[in-house]
Design a protein around this ligand. Structure first.
Ligand SMILES: C[S@@+](CC[C@H](N)C(=O)[O-])C[C@H]1O[C@@H](n2cnc3c(N)ncnc32)[C@H](O)[C@@H]1O
Length: 203
């Protein structure tokens, strides 16, 4: 079992409370932007407790996967509350039990921040494999700010992020884009320079 899965199985019942300061102040707003314009078959990779469900485009057929069964249980309950039909599957992103080119779009929000460096390449390659040619992969993650004061603040908060969410502010998954045949066609700043969305296409 990965460290992230262990952490998320443990914190699933209180995840939404722990994350509420972020969710209520800025995350909820950015989710709509992340899913904007997507249609057809969409994969929500590392869906967690389903915070993205409110932003799923009404016409999209969404499959939500996560390594943690306890997080998915929360997401299922949320989908039921929101009367949203979603297919949930427990899977490790590094070994997706899904066919090649199954999805028109793939989204992962705040997921690579929890995937250890040595497992990121495999997970990214899997996301690329299940996305159809010309489909879009949207990755949202933190990055360390270029502004010295903000960067220092993020460094101070890093132990908390690691302890509570098994995460890091500097996932650095972009170093693998070329290697798995993904071109970054856009880089969208979502919150200052600390949360960005990389828009990728297979090339
Ligand atoms: C910080 S939460 C983000 C959840 C959700 N995407 C959101 O935006 O609220 C990270 C999620 O990624 C999942 N995760 C981490 N590593 C994973 C992996 N290798 N395979 C599948 N899910 C993973 C965790 O279980 C957790 O639910």
């Amino acid at each position: 079992m990965t460290a992230a899965r262990k952490t998320y199985d443990r914190i699933a019942p209180i995840y939404d409370i722990l994350d509420s300061p972020y969710e209520l102040t800025w995350k909820r707003r950015l989710r709509a932007r992340v899913f904007q314009g997507l249609a057809g078959d969409v994969l929500d990779a590392g869906a967690g407790t389903g915070c993205n469900i409110v932003a799923y485009p009404p016409s999209a057929r969404v499959t939500a996967v996560d390594a943690s069964g306890a997080m998915l249980a929360q997401a299922r309950a949320r989908a039921a509350r929101l009367r949203r039909d979603v297919e949930f599957r427990r899977m490790d992103l590094a070994k997706l039990d899904l066919p090649n080119e199954r999805f028109d779009a793939v989204v992962a929000t705040f997921v690579f921040m929890c995937i250890p460096e040595n497992a990121q390449l495999a997970a990214l390659a899997e996301l690329a494999r299940v996305c159809r040619m010309n489909g879009e992969i949207r990755l949202v993650d933190y990055r360390l700010s270029d502004r010295p004061l903000v960067r220092a603040g993020m460094r101070v908060m890093s132990p908390w992020l690691k302890f509570a969410f098994a995460g890091t502010y500097a996932a650095g998954v972009d170093r693998h884009f070329d290697e798995v045949g993904l071109a970054c066609v856009d880089q969208v700043a979502l919150v200052g320079d600390i949360v960005t969305m990389s828009v990728l296409r297979r090339c």
